[in-house]
Design a protein. Structure first.
Length: 292
């Protein structure tokens, strides 16, 4: 049974390889497609430094999961704090995905690998029920995985907490965790599956991978902005923020993708010139700028 497309999108930050990377990932996964491509207008060049008409974002789907590849410069690099878990039913699937995704990258242990862009993947044997998602973002925490999953489920109304796995004595010399402590928490937000992993203090979130939240109204933008920055989160520019765990989010009007990829380049430039000055997006101001 086909599942509805999740509302939340995983955004991958590249220096200038977004188009190339999206095509590579779509070549690896059979059920995939390239969606809209948006281009930089002249506006805001003093901030983003990208040539006009160069690729800004590429939208693509892998196994029913939406992604955005963003060309934004060399500032941020992928690390293991966020990985993509690929759930396989056979050894043949595992071997095929490992071979395809590690080409030009780095093969790792325990199902982990890095692709040629540095993005981390986990290729695992995890037979799932009919219709379950094949690709699941994994968020690495020191010890706060369960707290974080419960926090995210409290923010998004259409959410549910799933299974919780715990460490055993086996492998303690490697993972260093107490038996019975939380290892993995599964949860779902707006149709998108996630897992948290309590793996230790080694890796920290950065803007290289963020979660996009498209909103229909200003009220919705205000709600998610306030909820996700609560209790120690941090506002940033252009609809970006960090929550109290350091995870990056983008909260923006849902018409933004169509506007930036549409034929009216002058309207796109006016809108970008307006929102590049904002922290939290103001729909009325963007609409006014779009109209000219």
């Amino acid at each position: 049974m086909a599942l509805n497309k999740p509302k939340l999108t995983t955004c991958l930050w590249f220096e200038n390889q977004a188009d190339e990377a999206a095509k590579f990932y779509c070549s690896v996964f059979k059920s995939s497609r390239i969606g809209r491509t948006a281009y930089y207008p002249d506006a805001g060049q003093e901030i983003h430094g990208k040539p006009a008409k160069s690729v800004l974002t590429v939208e693509f789907d892998l196994e029913g999961m939406p992604f955005t590849a963003l060309n934004a410069g060399p500032m941020f690099k992928f690390n293991e704090a966020i990985s993509l878990q690929v759930r396989c039913q056979t050894q043949e699937e595992i071997d095929n995905y490992r071979q395809a995704l590690s080409a030009g990258g780095q093969d790792g242990r325990g199902g982990w690998l890095k692709d040629k862009y540095g993005l981390s993947w986990q290729i695992v044997r995890a037979p799932t029920a009919l219709g379950a998602r094949r690709i699941v973002p994994c968020l690495w925490f020191d010890t706060q995985g369960e707290d974080a999953a419960r926090f995210y489920c409290s923010v998004f109304k259409n959410s549910k907490l799933g299974g919780i796995s715990r460490y055993s004595d086996a492998g303690k010399e490697v993972h260093g965790k107490e038996a019975g402590s939380v290892m993995v928490v599964e949860f779902e937000l707006e149709g998108a599956p996630f897992i948290t992993l309590n793996g230790g203090p080694q890796f920290k979130f950065n803007e290289a991978i963020s979660i996009q939240v498209p909103c229909k109204t200003q009220e919705e933008i205000d709600y998610y902005w306030n909820a996700l920055t609560a209790d120690g989160g941090q506002e940033s520019q252009c609809g970006w923020l960090k929550d109290k765990y350091g995870l990056s989010w983008q909260v923006f009007p849902e018409f933004m993708g169509e506007l930036l990829s549409g034929p009216d380049r002058a309207a796109a430039a006016r809108a970008m010139n307006a929102f590049m000055k904002m922290k939290k997006f103001d729909i009325a101001t963007i609409e006014k700028a779009k109209q000219g």
